[in-house]
Design a protein around this ligand. Structure first.
Ligand code: 4BW
Length: 155
């Protein structure tokens, strides 16, 4: 019982919570916006990480940013999608996490972002932690604590 309680109190590490890089849709800095839009539409995500050719994390590109960039004075100028690269439009002022950060570090950053990228000390991309994962962890922890408290009060 004691070890069960200890396990329930242990704060998981980012390395245990992240979606690994091979399962994350991403684009390259040099890609034209039309390719990024294709990846976003086909994957169904509203934003994805941007990497350089050496797999280093560079920023995040979103459908909203692409649409803002192509909106002219009166209409969408879709021809611009092939003229502009991802690096010109992406958001590069985004927080990151390290593999040995814990769930609380992740939660603080996920207040303002739907996902946060995980990088190694060399800046290489390891994966992402999403709001969904953190909410699932909290839900699990809350139910386990509640169940334990109720068992104790009925004893
Ligand atoms: O394709 C999808 N599959 C599943 N299972 N859920 C999806 C999918 N697309 C959207 N969702 C759900 C998730 O709950 O809608 C939420 C908002 O999606 P978003 O932001 O606006 O595209 C999803 O919430 P989440 O899992 O907490 O993910 C938060 C954000 O993280 C997503 C997206 O920008 C990014 N993301 C998540 N998984 C990704 C990814 N980006 C690239 N590759 C992945 N595998």
């Amino acid at each position: 019982m004691v070890s069960l309680e200890k396990e329930a109190l242990r704060i998981p590490l980012v390395s245990e919570l992240m979606i690994p890089s091979e399962k994350v849709a991403h684009v390259q800095v040099g890609n034209p916006l039309e390719h990024a839009l294709l990846v976003l539409v086909k994957s169904g995500y509203s934003a994805v990480p941007v990497l350089d050719p050496r797999f280093k994390f560079q920023g995040v590109i979103s459908k909203t940013k692409i649409l803002e960039e192509t909106l002219g004075i009166e209409e969408f100028e879709l021809n611009r999608l092939s003229e502009i690269t991802v690096s010109e439009v992406m958001d590069n002022e985004v927080p990151c996490l390290q593999l040995d950060d814990n769930m609380i570090d992740a939660m603080h950053k996920l207040i303002d972002y739907p996902f946060v990228c995980v990088t190694n000390p060399e800046g290489e991309f390891d994966g992402i932690v999403t709001r969904r994962t953190i909410l699932k962890q909290f839900s699990k922890h809350y139910h386990e604590t509640l169940k334990h408290t109720m068992t104790e009060t009925t004893l």
